[in-house]
Design a protein around this ligand. Structure first.
Ligand code: AMP
Length: 209
């Protein structure tokens, strides 16, 4: 059974690659960020609380995030494995995950900070099906419209320059330490995520074979 984690800075392609791997392996792709954005759109209590932190480029408190993930992974569709994108994001979350589902593969998609900034600045996401595009490197066939479902594309609130910087700083201080956490457990696979989506996907599938 595969319990896969995608790690890497914002814009490394975690969402894009995770959804392709999910289609290939037929196990669910769980994006914590998408779950929070859905909750914000639905104006639930969780959404209201999450929005306060997300719009500032901060992490949603661990107590909320860990519980959300524990419940999500307990669902039936995760019985045959799952792919996590955006969780865990700090040591506390990595330890919490170990208490309810021990990961089998951790794939680090790595890119330099400058590439991260360029990718986030040009990122567009479908408001309906969450598919991700980039105005230069992965443009939709029709500007502003999702190729997959015809939904409207939008710029995420936290993909604005000032918030991007704050998020990258958090990645370095909070998330990078879990790279070493999984390295010590010999679960970490490093992939250079600067080339094309096709290349990165091939590498990821090779690691998972
Ligand atoms: P993402 O779509 O993964 O970039 O997530 C967007 C935002 O959701 C992040 O900047 C955080 O504010 C919040 N978020 C996503 N995943 C987590 C997590 N594991 N822990 C806390 N906050 C998170």
């Amino acid at each position: 059974m595969m319990r896969i984690i995608f790690l890497g800075p914002q814009g490394a392609g975690k969402g894009t690659i995770a959804s392709l791997v999910s289609a290939k392996l037929k196990i669910p792709h769980i994006s914590v960020g998408d779950m929070f954005r859905d909750a914000i759109e639905a104006r639930t209590l969780l959404g209201k609380e999450a929005k306060k932190h997300i719009d500032k480029g901060k992490l949603v408190p661990d107590s909320i995030t860990n519980e959300l993930m524990r419940e999500r992974i307990a669902q039936k569709d995760c019985k045959k494995g799952f792919i996590l994108d955006g969780y865990p994001r700090n040591i506390n979350q990595a330890q919490s995950l170990d208490s309810f589902a021990i990961p089998t593969h951790v794939i680090l998609l790595d890119i330099p900070e400058q590439v991260s900034i360029e990718r986030l600045a040009g990122r567009r996401q479908c408001s309906k099906c969450k598919h991700i595009f980039h105005i230069k490197t992965l443009p939709p066939k029709k500007e502003g419209i999702c190729d997959a479902c015809g939904g409207q594309l939008y710029v995420r609130n936290d993909d604005k320059p000032a918030v991007i910087k704050q998020r990258l700083a958090l990645y370095r201080t909070e998330t990078e330490p879990i790279i070493y956490y999984y390295q010590k457990q010999k679960k970490l696979h490093h992939i250079d995520a600067t080339p094309t989506v096709e290349f990165i996907l091939k590498e990821a599938l090779r690691v998972l074979r």
